[in-house]
Design a protein around this ligand. Sequence first.
Ligand code: HEM
Ligand SMILES: *[C@@H]1O[C@H](CO)[C@@H](O)[C@H](O)[C@H]1NC(C)=O
Ligand SMILES: *[C@@H]1O[C@H](CO)[C@@H](O)[C@H](O)[C@H]1NC(C)=O
Ligand SMILES: *[C@@H]1O[C@H](CO)[C@@H](O)[C@H](O)[C@H]1NC(C)=O
Ligand SMILES: *[C@@H]1O[C@H](CO)[C@@H](O)[C@H](O)[C@H]1NC(C)=O
Ligand SMILES: *[C@@H]1O[C@H](CO)[C@@H](O)[C@H](O)[C@H]1NC(C)=O
Length: 608
Amino acid sequence: MQRLTRTLFFLALGCLLCEAANPCCSEPCQNRGVCTALGKDSYECDCTRTGYHGQNCTAPEFLTWVKITLKPSPNTVHYLLTHFKAFWNIINNISFLRDGIMRYVLTSRSHFIDSPPTYNVDYGYKSWEAYSNLSYYTRTLPPVSEDCPTPMGVAGKKQLPDAKLLAEKLLMRRQFIPDPQQTSLMFGFFAQHFTHQFFKTDTKRGPAFTLAKGHGVDLNHIYGDNLDRQNKLRLFKDGKLRHQVLNGEVYPPTVKDVGVHMHYPPHVSDSYRFAVGHEAFGLVPGLMMYATIWLREHNRVCDVLKEVHPDWDDERLFQTTRLILTGETIKIVIEDYVQHLSGYHFKLKFDPELLFNQRFQYQNRISSEFNTLYHWHPLMPDTFHIEEMEYNYKQFVFNTSVVTEHGISSLVESFSKQVAGRVAGGRNVPAPILHVAIKSIEESRKMRYQSLNAYRKRFSMKPYSSFEDMTGDKEMAALLEEMYGHVDAVELYPGLLIEKPRQDAIFGETMVEMGAPFSLKGLMGNPICSPEYWKPSTFGGSVGFDIVNTASLQRLVCNNVRGPCPVASFHVTDVKEPDSVIINSSTSHSGGSSINPTVILKERTTEL
Ligand code: HEM
Ligand SMILES: *[C@@H]1O[C@H](CO)[C@@H](O)[C@H](O)[C@H]1NC(C)=O
Ligand SMILES: *[C@@H]1O[C@H](CO)[C@@H](O)[C@H](O)[C@H]1NC(C)=O
Ligand SMILES: *[C@@H]1O[C@H](CO)[C@@H](O)[C@H](O)[C@H]1NC(C)=O
Ligand SMILES: *[C@@H]1O[C@H](CO)[C@@H](O)[C@H](O)[C@H]1NC(C)=O
Ligand SMILES: *[C@@H]1O[C@H](CO)[C@@H](O)[C@H](O)[C@H]1NC(C)=O
């Protein structure tokens, strides 16, 4: 007791002696209370509607106390959802229970996201400029004030560790660590393709600015992020996009054909400079594969729509098809992609009606922190296996001939068979792309991110109490301690990649508890999920609405490749012989006699 008093005394003395700092630097306001400095030595916490009161918003109101007492921890909830398969099989089958749980998942997650958005890199307080300027990524936590004693506020050293050294010691892959959830490269490239529509940093302005003003799932990566680019990519006939036919199959047109800008290094020849919505999708064949699949899907859906609406003009066919593809994307992301990632036995459901009786804002703003946490480069392997070939990074990057050489079907088959790397746990970023991780660290510093522990508190997690608590590994904990001095000073991005993974999982707790709210808010906040949009007529009638409501990764692929359809999967199955998939559909190839594509997937032995 006496020792405690003495410590407090020295702390107080220390603060009298040190240059008077902004009192908000120590983040005194808890539970999402808002800190306002009052001069140099006092502050005020605004606890309005936090459910807490007191000087630092630490005293719970009665109802809050009941809630936090009853509420299981995120790790407990995760454990329940990823175990007891037999139990979930029953729940999944009882529709009012499944709906109720799914509604709870959506609302409990999206309540973490401020909507309308609040801060950005230049505004740590509410302002009209921060609200209205769409060129900024928003910020979930305000930046650390420039006048704070350390880069993380008050914790840790005055100087952060050298980013390159940190990355080499703790992030760089030594030996490939496969993801225990058996995530496939098909997933990895989907992640990259899908997220680049809303993570599109405006490097000319800096890391805090975005070129993707739609701030969500607007499919600008397919259609271009401005009208001029969109027009150049459009055929202006039957609603379709421009394309070329190679080896009897549809591929994107070339830059020469359509005259849109794409990033390609000089050595790429004209015939391999494919042009798609996103300027950077020539980067890896995995991206161009998905770009090709979605291009074919667009043109296929146009045919389907034209069959029902022969009177519709090009414009209406184009616009309606774009909405259908938006719906398909969200359906696939929730029911295939997030389903896989979560590892839940509970069956997720894309059903906008679940939110119609809830308070929910149909708008979204992309957070800088969401972009940073999504740098999942550890997913990438050391080499890429396609059919009998093995490509290293030098051979793979910007090599679009891989797409046409192997064809979409073989790429899907190969990427669905190759396992991706584990993201959390440290030391799994491939050396050839380590520079991307180093840059994320440097840019997070420029944007003055708060610490990993500050973000854990923001998303209702207990801050890590020690380096070992964070990493679960003595050696990495020691290195971290040497570099940061205090656990409260560990930065967000390195922390997410070094954090101890959950048991047999790809991520640690923070990645999931932080990522899921951003993700679900972005998906369900889309205008097509709002009551006036979410009805058949928006999608050209029941035929279009059915395409949205029956979309899956497997169907997307089956509907758009010639010949027997390969297994398309976000996880690698141990099954040696992939079962063939029989498909009956009205593809562009078959002239389209029936308009409702039916895919018959031969009953596959789903693993336990
Ligand atoms: C071989 C595969 C990959 C390569 C060569 C690659 C390379 C790059 C490069 C060069 C950047 C730009 C860095 C900068 O200058 O700021 C970047 C950004 C990024 N990458 Fe990757 N990447 C790959 C795979 C992935 C995957 C699988 C994901 C998973 C989601 C991913 C997510 C991101 C994100 C979110 C950004 C930030 C985009 C932005 O803010 O504009 N990348 N990557
Ligand atoms: C609020 O936080 C400050 C600084 O962290 C601390 O000195 C003070 O005792 C706290 N007040 C209460 C009521 O807990
Ligand atoms: C449960 O599932 C079975 C087959 O999976 C189905 O036949 C049955 O109708 C379902 N029951 C309910 C209540 O949905
Ligand atoms: C948004 O903010 C940036 C940086 O201050 C500024 O250059 C730009 O003009 C603003 N955009 C609008 C539309 O006001
Ligand atoms: C690109 O891929 C092709 C196979 O499609 C391969 O033959 C070629 O060597 C690769 N290019 C480079 C520069 O490695
Ligand atoms: C699928 O197509 C084949 C021939 O193309 C036909 O014999 C079969 O009945 C079709 N199956 C269904 C379920 O439509």
